[in-house]
Design a protein around this ligand. Structure first.
Ligand SMILES: *Cc1c(COP(=O)(O)O)cnc(C)c1O
Length: 452
């Protein structure tokens, strides 16, 4: 038996995979990966897969990137881990200094965790606790946008709005206020994305006007709701939201876990709206996709509201065992080195333009309702009919057909329902983009039944 099949059998005997109906593996077994290099993943049979989704949006500079790898190896022989309460170490100090320097002005304090959901939990708890510390005890609720996603732990799930992940757990979740988001796919005929932003801001304004006294924070994913089918919106919404949060005395939490580190064209998506959130959550690309790490950056006023004599009991007594792990910090520092030494954003602009050009013909496809793009994210909305943008019923699992076609042709795509998207590592080249888009196009052809 070849090593691929052996590993699959051993896997299915003992593993339970994330976000997976395990029964699906009866027909479509997991693919054992032997090694990675650049945009490529390789299995034991020597098949290669172009990682068009950056391994769940974490990889920025390719698999086994030598710069990041070398930094982690050097750190391994120096200090693998140390408790971050009462102790500190150079990688975490340097990383914090550099994150404060590259993020929007005024985010001066870094609190670490080890995955995106935990960062969201930290931001929610910190915001709530801030208001407790300053005597605004009635502030206990959060506002989120429709179609939002902030992770899977119970607090993060509560401020999300993707029914597929959330509905089952509804009885366990805190009560939040969900406001219609500025998703531009939902525009009315004749409306621009900026028009949608303005219209949806009116809904937010009403909620804030009515409930500000009980609201701690509004949490948003700047510019792209990734897990919510790569829906995109105009930066104007963030500019208006920042102004409204200030006016109503409510925090703004920016969850840039998926869009941070150059994904949208700027280092951070908030830059495109010229805003500074009160809390900025980062993870995924933070370590270039090497190791789990997350961080919440916040402002002096928030930090100061917790800073007092111990007996006042105002401290933020939150921790995770692996908080600020030195190996992960070393990977993050090497990732920032690459951004500093190489013209990453400039190169991405050229790559994004090439993706746009290659995807443009799909705008005329009878079953593609929209080709949308923000920087290094392109999404194709597969529709049953372009008229009225009727979706295919989810039960038909059309996206899965695209997934299977792409795998058979050497590309790892992972459609979200009917939405096919590209979110490749920044080291992809033009020929690889051509191959990726062509494979997706053929996959869509098969999925909509053109030649099945
Ligand atoms: C992935 C993601 C999270 C959760 O991060 P995990 O590391 O998977 O827990 C939170 N918010 C956004 C926007 C994400 O894309």
């Amino acid at each position: 038996m070849n090593p691929n099949d052996t590993l699959v059998q051993r896997d299915l005997a003992v593993l339970w995979h994330p976000c997976t109906q395990m029964k699906d593996h009866e027909r479509l077994p997991p693919i054992p990966i032997r090694r990675g290099e650049g945009v490529w993943l390789e299995d034991f049979a020597g098949n290669r897969y172009l990682d068009a989704i950056s391994s769940w949006w974490v990889n920025l500079f390719g698999h086994c990137n030598p710069t990041i790898g070398a930094a982690v190896k050097a750190q391994l022989d120096t200090l693998e881990h140390v408790i971050l309460a009462g102790f500190t170490h150079e990688p975490v100090v340097r990383l914090s200094e550099r994150l404060v320097a590259v993020t929007p002005e005024g985010l001066n304090h870094c609190f670490y965790a080890d995955n995106g959901s935990s960062a969201v939990e930290v931001a929610l708890k910190m915001s709530f606790h801030y208001w407790q510390n300053v005597g605004q005890r009635r502030k206990t609720r959060f506002v989120c946008l429709s179609n939002s996603y902030h992770g899977e732990t119970l607090g993060a799930l509560a401020v999300g709005d993707v029914a597929l992940y959330k509905a089952t757990y509804a009885p366990l979740l805190m009560d939040v206020i969900t406001v219609p988001g500025p998703d531009c796919w939902q525009r009315e005929p004749g409306e621009s994305c900026a028009d949608v932003a303005r219209r949806r801001m009116a809904d937010m304004e009403r909620v804030l006007a009515e409930h500000a006294e009980e609201i701690c924070a509004v949490i948003v994913e700047p510019l792209v709701q990734c897990a919510g089918n790569m829906r995109m919106y105009d930066p104007l919404y963030l500019t208006l939201l920042r102004e409204a949060c200030d006016r109503h005395g409510v925090h703004l939490i920016a969850d840039e876990i998926a869009v941070g580190f150059g994904r949208t064209g700027t280092l951070f998506a908030c830059e495109q709206a010229g805003i500074r959130p009160d809390f900025l959550c980062l993870s995924k690309g933070l370590t270039g996709g090497f190791l789990p790490l997350s961080v919440v950056l916040t402002t002096d006023p928030v930090y100061q509201a917790f800073y007092d004599d111990y007996e006042k009991l105002t401290a933020f007594l939150h921790s995770h065992s692996y908080t600020g792990n030195p190996l992960a910090c070393a990977a993050a520092l090497a990732t920032l080195d690459i951004f500093e030494r190489e013209p990453v954003l400039e190169r991405n602009r050229a790559l994004a333009a090439h993706m746009a050009e290659r995807c443009a013909p799909l705008r005329d496809h009878p079953h593609v309702g929209e080709v949308r793009q923000t920087g290094m994210i392109v999404a194709l909305e597969m529709v049953k009919t372009r008229d009225g943008r009727a979706p295919y019923p989810w039960q038909e699992r059309r996206g899965l057909r695209v997934y299977r076609h792409a795998l058979a042709n050497g590309v790892l795509l992972r459609p979200l329902g009917n939405v096919i998207y590209f979110m490749p590592p920044y080291v992809i080249d033009e020929a690889q983009i051509d191959m990726m888009v062509k494979t997706a196009e053929q996959g869509i052809g098969r999925a909509v039944g053109e030649d099945v």
